[in-house]
Structures are given as structure tokens and as C-alpha cells.
Design a binder for this molecule. Structure first.
Ligand code: ATP
Ligand code: MG
Length: 260
């Protein structure tokens, strides 16, 4: 079965989607068969991969059992990369799921059966700790937490940790912490260094060596609907996401099959 990684942090705008898109694209680029699942009603991972159509065929239909997950998978802009898009109807899912049986396990039930067709499956979570994020954590083998190198980077981590404990205790005992990745690092800013140091003190070797710098090309690439390796393959942002992807592959023994 492919490795399923949830990218979560209930804090908004910390780089979850940028990390999801670009780690997925970087590994697909080197031949790792990858599926990106957009579980955020904002649909940023979908639009960030250039997907804007077919709004009625998305992860929501799979979650409520109207369509099979396979039916909502679309090819991404890079070889070896597929996407399960989100749609605006996912907004209602938080409420509708409440009355469905196995409400926390819906994603796991649809995702695990197809997980053997991929080496890596990445879930982009919304900025909340609601049912969608719980579904994602229940479906995943591990969780990757992006932290922005800014004021209050660690604020709210207590609540996230509580949620992780809850999921481990009741829904997914084998869930592991994949790691913490520092994002939007600005080397000229003292605060960035302080935050990085504080996070390393707190999480020790669970912090990835790779730090993602603040790089305007990354935000531009999303608005063009392209992963950074297509938009500007040689910029600092592309370089750092390739490096992070390599670390993740290495930690998980994911083989780069290079069928490029
Ligand atoms: P949300 O909580 O709303 O889902 P998020 O955690 O997914 O947000 P992103 O959408 O990845 O965060 O990033 C927030 C904004 O910052 C976006 O406009 C994105 O393009 C930009 N951004 C992310 N990472 C970087 C970076 N390393 N350098 C510059 N801009 C970045
Ligand atoms: Mg996002």
C-alpha cells in the first residue's frame, strides 16, 4: 500500500497547500506514482494544479458514497501525478457527514482500497480541526505539519496535538508524526531565525532539515495553476521543495523509479 500523508495545521495560510502540491509534484517528477487529495472546500490544491472544471465530480461525491473514488480521479499536470479535486459542495460535508455512519472513517474507507495503486498519497487539509481534518487523519499513515516562520508559529499547536491524540486513541492508533516543516523562512529576518530555533528545540529531529524559504515564485506558480517545478524549475522554491520531497522519500523508503 502507498504511504498516505496528511498535511495539517488548523492555522490558516501556513503553507499546507503549497507544500502538498509541490511535494507531490516533485516526487511525481522523479517517477513516484502520486495521488494528491484536495480535502479543503477552498479547493486551492485543485486550482493550484490547474484544475478548474467538472465541479460536480469531486472528493465530496466519494465521501458521501455517491461516486467511487476512482471515478473522481483526474490526471495532474505532471506525469505520475493524479488529483482528487475538491469542490465548493465540500463546505456542506462537515455538516452532512455528521449524520452518516462511520462519519470519521469515510475517507479511509474510500482511500485505503485504492492506495496500492500509488506509492504516495498526500491529503491537503482545510484550516480547521473539523470532520474533514479528522477524516484525513484517520485515513493517513502519518501527518506532516507545516509551520510558518512568523509570530505565533507555535500558537494553536496544543489543540492540534490534542486532536492527534484523540485520533490515535480512538480512530487510527498507528498514525505517526511524519515531521514538522518550516515554511516561508526569510533569512534576513531575525524573527525567522528565532522561530526556527524555537521549533527545533521543541520538536528536535522531527523537524525536517529542509527549510522552505519565502519565495514569491511559489505564490505566483499557484495562481498560474502550476507546480513550481513547471513554473520555474530552477528557482529557490523549486530547489527547496525537491529537497524536502527527497527527505520524505528517504524517511519512508519510497523508491524513485525514474520512469521519466
Ligand atoms: P489555508 O489554511 O488557507 O489552506 P495554507 O496553509 O494551505 O492556507 P498556502 O495556501 O500554501 O497555505 O499559503 C498561503 C499563501 O502564502 C499563499 O498565497 C501561497 O501562495 C503563499 N506561500 C506559501 N508558501 C510560500 C513561500 N514559501 N513563499 C512565498 N509565498 C508562499
Ligand atoms: Mg490550503
Amino acid at each position: 500500500m502507498g504511504k498516505i500523508i496528511a498535511i495539517a495545521n488548523q492555522k490558516g495560510g501556513v503553507g499546507k497547500t503549497t507544500t502538498a502540491i509541490n511535494v507531490a509534484a516533485c516526487l511525481a517528477e522523479v517517477g513516484v506514482k502520486t495521488l494528491l487529495i484536495d480535502l479543503d472546500p477552498q479547493g486551492n490544491a485543485s486550482s493550484g494544479l490547474g484544475y478548474t472544471e467538472q465541479k460536480e465530480k469531486n472528493v465530496y461525491q466519494a465521501l458521501i458514497g455517491k461516486l467511487g473514488l476512482k471515478e473522481v480521479i483526474v490526471p495532474g499536470p505532471v506525469k505520475n501525478l493524479d488529483l482528487v479535486p475538491a469542490g465548493i459542495d465540500l463546505i456542506g460535508a462537515e455538516i452532512e457527514l455528521v449524520s452518516l455512519p462511520y462519519r470519521e472513517r469515510r475517507l479511509r474507507m474510500v482511500l485505503r482500497p485504492i492506495a496500492d495503486q500509488y506509492s504516495l498519497l498526500i491529503i491537503d487539509c482545510p484550516p480547521s480541526l473539523g470532520l474533514l481534518t479528522i477524516n484525513s487523519l484517520t485515513a493517513a499513515h502519518s501527518v506532516l505539519i507545516p509551520l510558518q516562520c512568523e509570530y505565533f508559529a507555535m500558537e494553536g499547536l496544543g489543540r492540534l496535538t490534542e486532536t492527534l491524540k484523540l485520533v490515535v486513541n480512538s480512530l487510527n492508533p498507528s498514525l505517526r508524526l511524519e515531521g514538522v516543516v518550516l515554511t516561508m523562512f526569510d533569512p534576513r529576518n531575525n524573527l525567522s531565525h528565532q522561530v526556527a530555533q524555537e521549533v527545533r528545540q521543541h520538536f528536535a529531529d522531527q523537524v525536517f532539515q529542509t527549510i522552505i524559504p519565502r519565495n514569491v515564485r511559489l505564490s505566483e506558480s499557484a495562481s498560474y495553476g502550476q507546480p513550481i517545478i513547471i513554473y520555474d524549475p530552477r528557482c529557490k522554491g523549486a530547489e527547496s521543495y525537491r529537497q524536502l520531497a527527497e527527505e520524505i522519500a528517504h524517511r519512508n523508503g519510497i523508491k524513485e523509479v525514474s520512469s521519466r
